[in-house]
Design a protein. Structure first.
Length: 298
C-alpha cells in the first residue's frame, strides 16, 4: 500500500485545505493549542474514512467529480500521514508524540483497522475502478474504522478537555461535534452513491435519512447552542461561517432527502451531491479551524 501512497504526487485542494489550521486570535498556552489541533486532526480522520468509501463508490458508478481527480489517493495518503502524526508527532502541524497511554492504545487499534481497510483499496488505486462486491466490503470495513476512530476522538476530546484549564471541556466537545459534521458530509454522499449503485439500498436509505438529519440538527446546535452539550457559536466570525455552511447545505440536503425517501435519483442530484457537497465540506472545515482561535486566553 505504501507505494500507492507515494504515487500521489499532488495533493488535491481539499487535502491541502484539510491540513491547514487557522492561527489563534490571541495568546493561548501551547498545550491548549496543541490539544485543539489533536481534536481537529483526529476528527478529520472520521471524515477521511467516509471520503475514501465515497470516492470508491464514485469510481464504481462513474460519477464525475470536479476539483479532485485524485480524490481517493489523496484521502488515503492524508489518512495515513495524519495517523502517523497523531501517534508519533509532526512538527509541521504543531503536535508532538501522543504520550497518554489510553489514547495511544486507541490509536494503535485504529492503525490495525486501517491496515485491513487500506488493503481493499489496492485494486481501486491500481486500476481506477471498483467492482460492486469490493465496494460492499470497503463500506463495511470503513464503517468499522469510523466507529473506532469516533471512540478515539471522543476519548481525546474528554481527556484533553478535562486536563487543561484553558481548554474548556465544553469547547473541546464542541470542536469534536463540529469536526463530526465534516464526516457527515462524506457519509451522506457515500450512502447516496451506494443507493445509486444498488448496494444494500434499503439499509442505506435508512442510514442516509439519519445522517442527513444529524447534520441538520448538529448545525443548528452549533449555531444556537444546546445546554450542557454544545456551546453556541462563540464569536461573530464563527457565527457567520456557520451561516455559510447552512446556505451551502440546502441544495445537497434536498437531494439527499429525496433519495432517502425512495425517489429515483436524477443526474442533477448526482451532480449536486458529488460536487456541491465539496463546498459544504470546505466551509465546515474552515469553521472547525476557527474554533482553535476561540480558546480563552490563559
Amino acid at each position: 500500500m505504501k507505494r500507492y501512497l507515494a504515487g500521489s504526487l499532488a495533493i488535491a485542494a481539499i487535502a491541502v485545505t484539510q491540513m491547514s489550521f487557522v492561527p489563534p486570535a490571541f495568546a493561548q498556552s501551547d498545550e491548549a493549542i496543541e490539544a485543539a489541533r489533536r481534536v481537529n486532526i483526529s476528527g478529520r480522520q472520521r471524515m477521511l474514512s467516509q471520503r475514501i468509501s465515497k470516492a470508491a463508490c464514485f469510481l464504481n458508478t462513474g460519477t464525475e467529480t470536479t476539483g479532485a481527480p485524485n480524490q481517493l489517493a489523496d484521502a488515503v495518503a492524508l489518512f495515513e500521514t495524519s495517523l502517523q502524526a497523531l501517534l508519533h508527532g509532526d512538527e509541521n502541524i504543531g503536535i508532538g508524540p501522543e504520550k497518554n497511554p489510553p489514547i495511544r492504545k486507541s490509536l494503535l487499534g485504529v492503525a490495525d483497522d486501517w491496515e485491513g481497510f487500506s488493503g481493499y483499496l489496492q485494486e481501486a488505486l491500481e486500476r481506477g475502478n471498483v467492482a460492486s462486491p469490493t465496494l460492499a466490503a470497503i463500506d463495511k470495513s470503513g464503517l468499522k474504522l469510523l466507529a473506532d476512530m469516533n471512540s478515539t476522538v471522543n476519548q481525546i476530546a474528554h481527556i484533553y478537555g478535562d486536563a487543561l484549564p484553558d481548554m474548556p471541556l465544553m469547547l473541546s466537545l464542541t470542536i469534536d461535534l463540529a469536526g463530526r459534521q465534516r464526516m457527515f458530509t462524506q457519509k451522506a454522499a457515500k450512502e447516496f452513491c451506494l443507493i445509486d449503485a444498488g448496494v444494500d439500498v434499503e439499509e442505506n436509505r435508512t442510514r442516509l435519512a439519519k445522517t442527513t438529519q444529524l447534520f441538520t440538527t448538529t448545525l443548528g446546535a452549533l449555531q444556537n447552542g444546546m445546554s450542557g452539550i454544545v456551546m453556541a457559536a462563540p464569536n461573530d466570525e464563527i457565527r457567520a461561517q456557520l451561516e455559510l455552511v447552512f446556505d451551502a447545505w440546502e441544495a445537497p440536503k434536498a437531494a439527499l432527502e429525496s433519495a432517502a425517501a425512495g425517489n429515483p435519483i436524477t443526474a442533477a442530484q448526482r451532480n449536486v451531491v458529488a460536487n456541491d457537497m465539496e463546498q459544504v465540506l470546505f466551509l465546515m472545515n474552515k469553521a472547525v479551524g476557527m474554533y482553535e482561535g476561540a480558546i480563552p486566553a490563559s
